[in-house]
Structure formats: C-alpha cells, structure tokens
Write a protein that binds this ligand. Structure first.
Ligand SMILES: [Zn+2]
Length: 353
C-alpha cells in the first residue's frame, strides 16, 4: 500500500500538472458516474492528508477555496490503486504512482509513426476508474479503494477522523502533541498504534517497522508505557523519514555507514519494488531498510536474525536484540545508548539532495 509520502507526491504532481486549468473528468470504466458532476471544472489545487488525496474543483479559477461551490474528488488508493501520468514534455514528472504493477499495452496505442508517445491518443484501459485530462497531460486512476465527489462538509468529516500527518506543516507542534497524547492513552502496542490512521496518518508497514528499529523499540510495548520524549522522538524521526520519501519518491531509512553491511535481500522479495519513480541513482533496495522484509536475515547492526509476526493485520519486522527497549525507564537507561543515537534529527537526510 502506498504510504503517506507517495500521496503527498501525488498532490504535488496534480498541482504541477493541472492547477488553474479546466480539466475533463471521466470514468472509462463507468464505475465513477459522479465524474460528470465535476467535469469541465477548474482544478484549484490538490492536498494530501495521510493516505487520502483531495482534488479541489470549482466552476472557475477565481472561486474562493472555502466557497460552498467547491467540490473535492476524494481518492484513497488502498492496496491496489495507482495513478499513471502522461503528458507533454515537462508535464508531471511522476509516471506511475501507487501500487507497483505491470502496465501492459497502454503505451503502444499512443505511439505515432515515429514511435513517439502522443498522450492525447492514449486509449484508457477499461479498468480506469477516473481519467483527469488537462491541456498538457492526463492522469489515469485504477483500482482505488475510494473515489468519490464530496462537498466541504464531506471532506471535513474525513479529516476529523484522521490523526495528525507528519508531513503537514506543524509550526506550533499541535500534530506532535496529538500523536503523543493519543499513543500514551492507549494500551495498544506501539506497533499497532503506528498503523492506526486515527493516531497518526500516513504511516504504512515500511515506515512502521523502520521507525521502531531506529528507536530501538520493541513493537509490542503498549503506548501507555512510553515516555513523551520517546514518542516525540518517533514523531520527529518520521517527519524526517517521510520528508525524504516525499522529496525523492523512495523510502530509505538506513544511515549511510550501515548500508554495506548485510546488503542482501530475500529471493522472494527480489521482484517487489518500493513506491516511487524509476531512479537509477537511488539507494538500492538491499541497502535501504534495517528490518522491513528482512526476516531470517542477520541484523545489520548486531547479527541477530530479524523476526516477523502479524501485528495489526500486517506483518511487523524487528530485531529482538536491538529492539529491546520495553518501557519508559529502559528507554533512557545507560544500557541503551543506541536509543538516543537512532533519533538524531536528519539521520537519513544526508543521502542525496
Ligand atoms: Zn540487531
């Protein structure tokens, strides 16, 4: 499932590709008949909150974004959804965002005699739930969990049931405080809390596993047993990790000095990709994570075999030795200096510009 950084990249791609322009909205698959309600409107903007994307549409470009005539196309990709973009040179630089998948046949139909892609002639596949087409390009949505037209109140309802998103600006620290308070109220394990979108929005399975490793924290510790400082550290670390993901399209959580250690991956995860753009300069997958999909391999730091187990409906991965911090007392004891090391701000952001 795409994690929050991917949805923020999508919002940015929509703003770059369509903002201020009149767009055609259609449902080649026919399952999103509400597309007609927002067809030929102007796309005012796009916003991401956690894993939810909202496209703002209005009858004209000068409409106030808070006006009651504004409509929001709300999209949640779920496990299988994805967006594919095509357009003029320099159009949204994101080609395909969402669940990794094969794209078959669509490009050939848009080729002209020279073998160049003409996006205007791209015939949508019959599975396209929504096509957004502007003067300079198009975006096709397939396989989403949610795709609906909402008014302002409908959008607000969704926002109210979401926890704070580490990628939203938080100058007053309100989001961080909400996360800490919600986690400390709960007997649920921190591993489950990080996946609960009402506690913190946008975190998926990769960020959960990796943030817990970086904090040296046992995934099965109840939220109420963690100190505010420990939870603040997790929040700040996620801000850095997600920010790197949003800038590059890739999830990389390893510190540079650890990447060459045990740089291998399991044969069965060889074919899977992270979300993001094709980028030959990216940190290779076998160097990107500490624990995610590394069950049965040795820990990069201590050599202990990485374990995996079901937690909150998804598999959690952890190192039983490094992640032995179990309570607020243990978190800051002298036996665990690594906990402080792991939460150094910007720990992963020196990777590349
Ligand atoms: Zn370890």
């Amino acid at each position: 499932m795409p994690e929050g950084h991917t949805v923020h990249r999508l919002a940015a791609a929509f703003v770059r590709g369509f903002a201020g322009q009149r767009v055609r909205m259609s449902s080649p698959q026919g399952r999103f008949s509400e597309a007609a309600q927002v067809d030929a409107m102007v796309l005012l903007g796009a916003e991401a909150v956690g894993k939810h994307l909202f496209l703002q549409l209005a009858p004209s470009a000068d409409v106030d974004p808070d006006s009651p005539v504004v409509r929001h196309v709300h999209v949640h990709l779920g496990l299988y959804g994805s967006w594919t973009f095509a357009g003029d040179p320099g159009f949204a630089d994101a080609h395909a965002i969402g669940a990794p998948r094969l794209r078959v046949g669509e490009r050939e139909e848009g080729l002209d005699g020279e073998g160049e892609l003409d996006w205007r002639r791209l015939v949508p596949r019959p599975t396209v739930r929504l096509r957004v087409a502007g003067p300079h390009g198009l975006a096709d949505l397939t396989g989403p969990t949610a795709c609906e037209v909402l008014d302002g109140a409908g959008r607000q309802k969704i926002l109210e049931r979401l926890g704070p998103d580490p990628l939203r600006p938080d100058p007053e620290g309100t989001g961080r405080r909400r996360f800490v308070a919600a986690a400390r109220r709960s007997r649920t394990t921190i591993g489950a809390l990080l996946m609960n979108q009402q506690v913190i929005a946008g975190i998926g399975n990769i960020y959960r596993a990796e943030a817990l490793f970086r904090a040296r924290l046992d995934p099965f510790v109840p939220g109420k047993d963690l100190s505010p400082g420990m939870l603040e550290g997790i929040w700040e670390d996620l801000v850095d990790l997600l920010d790197y993901g949003a800038r590059t399209g890739w999830i990389v959580t390893t510190q540079v000095e650890h990447r060459e250690i045990e740089a291998r991956i399991l044969e069965r995860s060889r074919g899977t990709r992270q979300n993001g753009d094709e980028d030959p300069g990216v940190v290779p997958r076998e160097q990107s994570f500490y624990v995610y999909h590394r069950q049965t391999l040795p820990c990069r730091l201590c050599g202990t075999v990485i374990r995996s187990r079901d937690l909150a409906a998804r598999t959690v991965f952890w190192c039983p030795r490094c992640q032995s911090v179990r309570s607020r007392r243990a978190a800051w004891s002298r036996e665990h200096p690594a906990a402080a090391w792991a939460l150094v701000p910007g720990g992963c952001s020196e990777v590349r510009p």
